[in-house]
Design a binder for this molecule. Structure first.
Ligand SMILES: Nc1ncnc2c1ncn2[C@@H]1O[C@H](COP(=O)(O)OP(=O)(O)OP(=O)(O)O)[C@@H](O)[C@H]1O
Ligand SMILES: [Mg+2]
Length: 353
């Protein structure tokens, strides 16, 4: 197992800068999710760690050693790509043995390693089957077994679950996390799915236009996004802006709201975010809140999106749509088209860069 350090790495394809001064460290044994819009450089970063791309500037260290001069097959990395091509003409066991055979390994050692890897992904009983006799999730697990059988120091997974339906995907997320814990391999996992990133990783890196915009534990990024991009890419956020002075923020419509302690000394233009689940909706617009401790806006209820245990309300506050998530138990008196107050604790306001 090994840590991976990406240091000031840039890469251009012609005039296009696909990675722009990327620095990020992946701790030994950690489970990292890389998240970002299409084209932000996620695959390029993985390919570079694996050795398929070479940085124009900067360096990559695996286990503390620069790997510029180390070819792909000597980096001891396991990869599963989005289109996890497993060989259709080989059995499950032969597929998994492939990486070991390429290395020239033979005999009982290979059989043992293959059976251990298949047990790990719970496919031992299907070793003799061909890929077309497997479900999507089982094929995915063959690809995973094939990547881990060589005992890689680092496992790179490029959207490995994207082809699966929702139910299977949830099962595989749990499986993947279990396998990663058992093997303890440093894992870098690319996903488009923010819930997936939040639920299975120890840490998340967010990429935008070839640069890391924020890196941290899931809770940290969710609770303390530093930019509007991070706030809205990972979860939903209401954005509020205004002029800060004396611990309060004056909005365009003249309403003044309290700022959290950390921004008590801020002055000038400020952008903030508030998560919809932190917003309380008070019907009738008669909230008895302490205005020095809580932010309050008045608005009209415009839409309701029902999703079972809770509903998301869209509230028009002077032309700005404010989202509030309300549990079933709290929405009895909220009526479409009626006036409400939306309030939140001042400490729930997130200050953006
Ligand atoms: N070999 C290449 N030649 C030219 N441009 C490339 C090459 N590989 C990638 N790119 C460009 O670099 C950018 C980053 O690509 P990359 O595949 O890393 O994106 P991604 O974040 O993985 O996107 P997706 O979520 O769609 O998979 C894209 O604009 C892509 O078109
Ligand atoms: Mg990609």
């Amino acid at each position: 197992m090994a840590r991976v350090d990406v240091k000031n790495v840039s890469l251009s394809f012609g005039a296009y800068r696909a990675l722009n001064d990327v620095s990020i460290s992946f701790a030994d044994g950690g489970f990292y999710a890389l998240l970002g819009p299409s084209g932000s450089g996620k695959t390029t970063l993985l390919r570079m760690i694996a050795g398929f791309e070479y940085p124009d500037e900067g360096s990559i260290l695996i286990g503390g050693e620069a790997v510029e001069s180390v070819p792909v097959d000597k980096r001891r990395i396991g990869m599963v790509f989005q289109n996890y091509a497993i060989f259709p003409n080989m059995s499950v066991a032969e597929n998994v043995a492939f990486g070991l055979r390429v290395r020239g390994e033979k005999g009982a050692g290979v059989e043992k390693a293959v059976s251990d890897a298949l047990d790990l992904v719970q496919l031992g009983h299907l070793a003799k089957r061909r890929p077309h006799q497997l479900s999507g999730g089982q094929r995915q697990r063959v690809a995973l077994a094939r990547a881990i059988v060589t005992k890689p120091r680092v496992l790179l997974l490029d959207e490995p679950l994207s082809a699966l339906d929702k139910g299977l995907r949830k099962d595989m997320q749990i499986e993947l996390k279990r396998i990663q814990r058992e093997v303890g391999v440093t894992t870098i996992f690319v996903t488009h799915d923010q819930d997936e990133a939040l639920s299975i990783s120890d840490r998340i890196g967010i990429l935008k236009d070839g640069a890391i915009v924020q890196e941290g534990a899931p809770e940290e990024i969710y609770d303390r996004p530093r930019s509007e991009f991070a706030a809205t890419f990972l979860g939903e956020a209401n954005i509020i802006e205004g002029t800060a002075e004396g611990g309060r923020l004056t909005l365009e419509n003249g309403v003044s709201i309290p700022l959290p302690q950390e921004a008590a000394r801020s002055s000038g233009h400020l952008r903030c975010a508030i998560r919809p689940e932190r917003v309380h909706v008070v019907p009738g617009g008669l909230a008895s809140v302490n205005l020095s401790q809580a932010g309050t806006l008045t608005g009209i209820v415009r839409h309701k999106l029902f999703s079972g245990s809770l509903s998301t309300y869209s509230i028009d506050c002077d032309g700005r749509q404010f989202q509030a998530i309300v549990p079933r138990t709290g929405e009895d008196d909220i009526r479409m088209g009626s006036p409400v107050e939306v309030t939140w604790k001042k400490e729930d306001l997130i200050i953006l860069a």
